[in-house]
Design a protein around this ligand. Structure first.
Ligand code: SF4
Length: 276
C-alpha cells in the first residue's frame, strides 16, 4: 500500500503547484479535519471561493447532526469563517430527509417491496443516497472548482483513495495528522463540542456505528431523539445494529441505569452509616 506523503509525494506536489490560484471550494462537514482544512487552505493563500456544507435532515424540523454540533455549525463555525476570512458557507439541502428514505419502499433487489428501514453498516444509504447525491448535483451546477477535502496525513488508505485530479488534500500536503487537525481547531476555539475520548468522530445522532456508550449518552442527553429511534425501530425490517434492535439497547441501557442507581444508593447508605 502507498504511504501518505512518501510514494505519492511527487504527485501531490504537482497537484499543489497546479492548484495555485485556482478557485476552490472547501467541502466541510464541520468535523475537526474539514474545519482544519478550511483554515489551512485559507491561511496558505488558496483561492477559496466558499465553504460547502451538506445539511442532512432527519425530518423536516430536526437535523441529522447532534443538537450541540448543529448549534456549533450555525452559531460559531459559519460566522467564524464569514467574520475572519470573509468566506461564506453555502448550505446544500438534500432532496430527501432520513425519515422519508427510511420509509421508502425498495423497488428492486432481494428486499423489493420492503421499506429501507435502518441504514446497513455496509454502504450507509444516508451517505450514498442522501448526502453524496446532493453533493454530486451541486458539483454539476458548480463546475470548475477544485475541492478541498479534510483528509489527514495519517489516514493513509483514504489519502491514497482520494488523491485524484480535482481534489486537494491540504492537511496531507502539509503533513498534518488528525491530532494536528484537532489542535489547529482548538487553537482558534473552533473544536467541535461533541468530541471526547468516547466520541472521536462527528456523525449522525442515529448512526449505527456508535458505541453503546455513545448511544447511552444520546439517550441521556437527548431523550426526545432516542424516543424517535425507538418509535421507528418497530417499523424497520432490519435490526438497528448487528448486536440488537433499538428496543434491545433500550432494555440494556435501562438495566445499566438501574444497576448504577442501586449501587449509588447503597454506597450513600454505607457512607452515611460509617463503620464502627
Ligand atoms: S454518520 Fe453514520 S448514519 Fe450518518 S452518514 Fe455516516 S455512516 Fe451514515
Amino acid at each position: 500500500m502507498q504511504r501518505a506523503g512518501e510514494d505519492n509525494a511527487e504527485q501531490l506536489t504537482l497537484f499543489r503547484e497546479m492548484d495555485k490560484g485556482a478557485p476552490c471550494v472547501v467541502s466541510c462537514s464541520f468535523g475537526k479535519d474539514s474545519l482544519a482544512s478550511a483554515i489551512v487552505a485559507l491561511e496558505t493563500g488558496m483561492n477559496v471561493q466558499k465553504i460547502m456544507f451538506c445539511h442532512v435532515m432527519f425530518d423536516e424540523g430536526i437535523s441529522a447532526e447532534m443538537p450541540e454540533q448543529e448549534r456549533f455549525i450555525f452559531n460559531t463555525a459559519i460566522p467564524y469563517f464569514r467574520n475572519r476570512y470573509g468566506v461564506e458557507t453555502e448550505i446544500i439541502h438534500p432532496a430527501m430527509t432520513v425519515v422519508e428514505h427510511f420509509y421508502k419502499v425498495r423497488q428492486d433487489g432481494k428486499n423489493a417491496g420492503q421499506i429501507y428501514g435502518w441504514p446497513t453498516l455496509r454502504g450507509c444509504w444516508v451517505n450514498s443516497n442522501i448526502k453524496l447525491r446532493a453533493i454530486k448535483k451541486w458539483k454539476r451546477s458548480n463546475p470548475g472548482l477544485l475541492e478541498v477535502v479534510g483528509i489527514a496525513a495519517d489516514e493513509e488508505e483514504r489519502v491514497v483513495r482520494k488523491t485524484v485530479a480535482g481534489k486537494v488534500l491540504v492537511l496531507n500536503e502539509q503533513g498534518y495528522t488528525e491530532r494536528d487537525a484537532a489542535e489547529i481547531c482548538a487553537r482558534r476555539g473552533l473544536l467541535p463540542p461533541i468530541y471526547s475520548v468516547d466520541r472521536p468522530r462527528t456523525g449522525c445522532w442515529f448512526c449505527q456505528m456508535q458505541r453503546t456508550s455513545q448511544l447511552a449518552e444520546l439517550r441521556h442527553k437527548h431523550p426526545e431523539l432516542w424516543a424517535r429511534m425507538l418509535e421507528m425501530d418497530k417499523d424497520s425490517p432490519f435490526p438497528f445494529k448487528y448486536r440488537g434492535t433499538v428496543q434491545e439497547y433500550e432494555r440494556r441501557l435501562a438495566e445499566a441505569d438501574d444497576d448504577a442507581a442501586f449501587w449509588a444508593r447503597v454506597r450513600a447508605i454505607n457512607d452515611e452509616s460509617g463503620c464502627e
